[in-house]
Design a protein around this ligand. Structure first.
Ligand SMILES: [Zn+2]
Length: 142
């Protein structure tokens, strides 16, 4: 059964139940449906505002979007890695030393990349030497 909101030509709105949409059309064409208020048989489906369901946050549906975001993040990080590799000199584990030298002006000013220990990074931070930590994603990751 289908429930339709119906309307006569005088804008009386009422409900009607029908076995199918074609059955409704058949009955409407044959003037078998009449308005319960005025008896008019010129009846059509009323246009009703669609019911808008509030989007529910379903925990079980969160897996997919998160994976998509992760993939995007990795793509961005890989792009970042490529850009850094293209635009900087790899100084390996001498990074802290080189960063300090550049900062002090004893080394040529240039973009460098490399690794530090946590201790070295803390020292750089304490001395106000600018550097950024970048999550170094594996190129073949994901
Ligand atoms: Zn009516």
């Amino acid at each position: 059964m289908i429930k339709y909101d119906l309307k006569c030509k005088y804008d009386h709105v009422f409900e009607g139940w029908f076995p199918s949409s074609s059955e409704f059309e058949q009955q409407a064409n044959d003037s078998l449906i009449s308005c319960p208020i005025c008896g008019d048989t010129d009846v059509d489906r009323a246009l009703m505002a669609p019911a808008i369901k509030k989007a529910r946050k379903k925990k079980s549906n969160n897996n997919k979007p998160v994976k998509v975001r992760e993939a995007e993040l990795y793509t961005k990080l890989r792009t970042l890695r490529n850009q850094i590799e293209k635009n900087s000199e790899d100084v390996g584990d001498r990074f802290a030393e080189e960063a300090r030298s550049i900062y002090l002006g004893t080394s040529e000013e240039r973009a460098i990349r490399g690794v530090t220990s946590d201790e070295e990074a803390e020292d750089l931070e304490e001395d106000g030497i600018p550097f950024v930590k970048v999550p170094w994603v594996d190129k073949t990751d994901n």
